[in-house]
Design a protein around this ligand. Structure first.
Ligand code: IMP
Length: 432
């Protein structure tokens, strides 16, 4: 009955795909539970590398079933494209291998138009969304007028709901945001045709996931985004519109309060963020350039979904303590340790100073305005020069790199189960 979760411990892009790749080969089910095609997971199949935004990346293993949970928002255009891309790569995708929750919500082209228009209208207060329609789709869900995947199964009802939605969205686009009206009829037809392709995959997933767990089959949850982007616990309002934390997972699978065996917090050895919002340890200049990379390599710090250069900074242990508190991580997976090679010294934020007081963890729930008042306080650790990519065991790491990992473990109070030291699948070692 093992339920394991891979959860981002920062602002997303922590390298969750690495641990999913490692663990999904032995999982019966691999599930996405939140978000939509704002996420981007890079998957390697043989010599080829693919970017998946919706389908759980664990599906590349032939015996694994991919589950798309209730908490997701699904753009049928992106999903059909991914299904076709995986098929071309020789990966069988059938309704036996891909299950879409009937309660997952759908993203339409109008959600995407509204997302962009709405963020642009915020001017200086922009969130910097991915423009994928995520916010408007979750807005409709919360407003109880969203389109659910299960509705696709009743064609007549669904066609009328889609047309009503497009009409209302079009009205908002024109009246609220001064945008030109769109051709709703053409859009409705394309959308209905695309959505109909998903029919065979849609079902109630809760009982299926529960019976897998009851049969002692392992279920791996592939979290999307990161804890600091969670709608409730994140750096509000600079967050995504869904949950991203471990606590939301059982509900998004419809399995009741099921205990997790492992909650793996994935944390980059430094800190990155895409989009706007507070970032206390943010850097610019030469060290930022070192951490970000040039953009020539796929693993440099440029968004998988948007291509935007990521903001970068030193590791922030105040925020990591906070994300550990709100998730209850069983262990950490520390990624991109190799990127720190070549720095003379490494700074780590261990406390904040705010309104004359020192904080070791947040005494407020992520509020962006309050986080802006926090001044990071650093401890300095020695750097190392060796290239870590050849390291395959703890003992291969330079002493200073070991000390860096130990420092994080001690300050957070949990073990680093895995450490990644390069972009290749095998550039990985088990913590000591
Ligand atoms: P949205 O999810 O497109 O509404 O964007 C809201 C915020 O979350 C923006 O700052 C995005 O850059 C950020 N965001 C959304 N998805 C991801 C992700 O997968 N990785 C990193 N940041 C993300």
């Amino acid at each position: 009955m093992p339920l394991d979760m891979v959860i981002g411990a920062q602002w997303g892009d922590e390298g969750k795909g690495r641990v999913v790749d490692l663990l999904s080969a032995n999982s019966h089910l691999v599930a996405r539970v939140n978000g939509g095609d704002n996420a981007g997971h890079t998957v390697t199949v043989g010599e080829e590398t693919y970017k998946l935004h919706l389908i759980p990346s664990g599906i590349i293993h032939p015996s694994t079933i991919g589950v798309m949970g209730t908490g997701m928002v699904i753009n049928p255009f992106t999903l059909v494209e991914e299904i076709e891309m995986l098929r071309k790569a020789g990966i069988e995708i059938s309704p036996d291998r891909l299950w879409i929750s009937d309660a997952a919500h759908l993203i339409t082209p109008l959600h995407r138009l509204l997302d962009r228009a709405k963020d642009a209208a915020l001017g200086a207060a922009q969130i910097g969304t991915t423009g994928r329609g995520i916010g408007p789709a979750y807005t409709d869900k919360a407003a109880r007028r969203g389109l659910r995947a299960g509705e696709i199964l009743d064609a007549e009802h669904f066609a009328s709901r889609v047309r009503d939605h497009l009409q209302e969205g079009n009205r908002q686009l024109v009246e609220w945001y001064g945008q030109p009206a769109t051709d709703i009829e053409g859009m409705a037809e394309d959308f209905l045709n695309k959505a109909a392709e998903l029919r065979p995959y849609i079902r109630r997933i809760g009982p299926l996931v529960k019976s897998a767990l009851d049969a002692d089959q392992s279920v791996l949850v592939e979290g999307a985004q990161g804890t600091l982007l969670d709608i409730e616990q994140g750096t509000y309002p600079f967050v995504t519109s869904s949950f991203t934390v471990a606590g939301g997972v059982p509900n998004a699978l419809g399995i009741g309060l099921y205990p997790a065996r492992r909650i793996i917090g994935v944390v980059k050895a430094f800190q990155t963020r895409v989009g706007a919002g507070p970032f206390p340890t943010e850097l610019d200049g030469a060290i930022a350039g070192h951490l970000r990379g040039t953009g020539e390599n796929p693993w440099d710090e440029f968004g998988t979904t948007t291509g935007r250069p990521r903001r970068v900074g030193w590791l922030d242990l105040v925020l990591l303590r906070y994300t550990h508190e709100v998730n209850g991580f069983s262990e950490l997976f520390i990624t991109k340790l190799d990127v720190l090679s070549g720095l003379d010294e490494i700074q780590v934020c261990t406390r904040y100073r705010r309104r004359g007081r020192e904080l070791e963890t947040l005494d407020f729930s992520g509020d962006a305005r309050l986080l802006d008042e926090c001044e990071p306080m650093y401890e300095i650790l020695p750097g190392w020069n060796a290239d870590l990519r050849g390291c395959r065991s703890w003992d291969d790491l330079p002493k200073a790199a070991q000390a860096y990992i130990r420092f994080i473990e001690q300050r957070i109070g949990i073990r680093a189960a895995y450490i990644s030291v390069g972009p290749e699948r095998t550039d990985l070692l088990i913590g000591a």
